[in-house]
Design a protein around this ligand. Structure first.
Ligand code: NDP
Length: 317
C-alpha cells in the first residue's frame, strides 16, 4: 500500500447515512486529520483515494477510480466481493473484532443456555404461576462445533470452553487453541460434524462455504442436534433445515441471519415451533471501537506500514 502526506480526503458511504456523522466525530476525537467527502447525485467522482463504507452500491467502485484502499465497517466482505466490481489494485480492509466478538460469544452462550436448559419451559411455568423444577444439565453432553475459528469463532470457542462445554472447531487451515479440538479443511469436516450436537456457524460467506449447513451435515450430527447460525444466511440451506426439523433429524435452530433480509413476512421460520429467530443483531457494530480501529489503520496506511485485516481476495475473506 502507498500513502501520501497531503491533506487526506476520505469518502464516506453507508446504507444508513445517519451513521456517518457519528463515524466522522469519532475519527476526529481520535485525532485523525482528514476532509470528509461524499458522493453527490449528478456529480462526478470525488477523487478520494480512501473510503470508509458500509454496504456501498457497486456503482461507487465504478465511479471512484482513484480509490486505493477501502475500509469496510463490518467483518464480512461477501457483499462487496460478490458484486465483483472492486478493481484488483484496490485494497479491501475489514473490521477485526472491534467489540463484535464478545457480543457474539454472549449471543451463543445465551442460546446454549436456552437450548440445553430448555429455558422456555420456565417462561411457560411463570405464566401458570407454577414453581417448576429442573434436573442438572451436564455440559459434557452438549459438544459444540464451531464453524470458523477466526477472530470471532475463536472467542466463542474460548467462552464455551470456559463454561465446560466440549468444544470443537473447524477452519480452512489447521488451528490450535487450548481446550478446543481443532479440525481443518474438507478432510476434517465429517469427523468434526459427527462429534457435534450443536453447530455454531461463524464462517465468512465464500463460494466454498455457501450451504455448508445442508441435509448431509444435519444427518451427520449427534442426535438431538441444534443449529446456531450467526454467519450469513446463505451458509444455510433453509429448505433442508425445515425438512430436518420436521422429520426429527434436528431438534432446533437459532438463526440470526437469513438468505433474504429482512426475513419475508410469509417465511415459515417466523412461526416454526423449533426455530428462534433474531433480526441480524448477534454482532451489532460498536461504532466507537470500529472507528478507533479504522483510525489506527488509516495511520498505518499513511505511514506505509503493514496493517492487519486486509482481505485475501483469492480466499474470499
Ligand atoms: P475471520 O476471517 O477472522 O475468520 C474466518 C474463519 O473461517 C477462519 O477460521 C477461516 O479459516 C475459516 N474459513 C474460511 N473459509 C473456510 C473454508 N472454506 N473452510 C473452513 N474454514 C473456513 O472472520 P471473523 O471471525 O472476523 O468473521 C467471520 C464471519 O462472521 C464474517 O465473515 C461474517 O460473515 C460473520 N459475521 C456476522 C455478524 C452478525 O451480526 N451475524 C457480525 C460479524 C461477522 P482459517 O483460520 O484457516 O483462515
Amino acid at each position: 500500500m502507498s500513502a501520501g502526506v497531503s491533506s487526506l480526503e476520505i469518502l464516506f458511504h453507508s446504507i444508513r447515512p445517519e451513521q456517518v456523522e457519528n463515524w466522522i466525530q469519532i475519527l476526529r476525537d481520535e485525532g485523525l486529520e482528514f476532509t470528509p467527502v461524499y458522493r453527490q447525485p449528478g456529480q462526478g467522482p470525488t477523487g478520494a483515494r480512501l473510503a470508509v463504507v458500509w454496504m456501498p452500491p457497486a456503482q461507487l467502485f465504478h465511479d471512484e477510480d482513484r480509490l486505493e484502499v477501502v475500509f469496510n465497517v463490518g467483518a464480512g466482505v461477501d457483499a462487496i466481493l460478490e458484486a465483483n466490481v472492486l478493481p484488483e489494485q484496490v485494497d479491501l480492509v475489514r473490521l477485526e473484532d472491534s467489540g463484535m466478538a464478545a457480543k457474539m460469544a454472549e449471543y451463543v452462550i445465551h442460546a446454549m443456555a436456552e437450548i440445553t436448559r430448555n429455558m422456555g419451559q420456565f417462561r411457560d411455568a411463570q405464566q401458570q404461576r407454577a414453581w417448576a423444577s429442573a434436573e442438572h444439565v451436564y455440559t459434557e453432553d452438549w459438544p459444540v462445533g464451531i464453524l470458523g475459528l477466526g477472530v470471532i469463532g475463536s472467542k466463542i470457542a474460548a467462552g464455551l470452553a470456559s463454561m465446560g462445554y466440549p468444544v470443537r472447531g473447524w477452519s480452512r487451515r489447521q488451528r490450535h487453541f487450548d481446550g478446543v479440538e481443532c479440525f481443518a479443511g474438507e478432510d476434517g469436516f465429517n469427523e468434526f460434524v459427527a462429534g457435534s450436537r450443536v453447530l455454531v456457524n461463524v464462517l465468512p460467506l465464500t463460494p466454498e462455504t455457501r450451504h455448508v449447513l445442508n441435509r448431509d451435515t444435519f444427518g451427520n450430527m449427534l442426535p438431538g442436534g441444534h443449529i446456531i447460525n450467526i454467519g450469513r444466511g446463505e451458509h444455510l440451506d433453509e429448505d433442508a433445515l425445515l425438512a430436518c426439523l420436521d422429520d426429527g433429524t434436528l431438534a432446533g435452530a437459532t438463526l440470526d441471519v437469513f438468505t433474504t433480509e429482512p426475513l419475508p413476512h410469509s417465511h415459515p421460520f417466523w412461526t416454526h415451533p423449533k426455530v428462534v429467530i433474531t433480526p441480524h443483531i448477534s454482532g451489532t457494530t460498536n461504532a466507537r471501537l470500529a472507528m478507533r480501529q479504522i483510525a489506527a489503520k488509516v495511520r498505518a496506511w499513511r505511514a506505509g506500514t503493514p496493517l492487519t485485516g486486509a482481505v485475501d481476495r483469492r480466499a474470499g475473506y
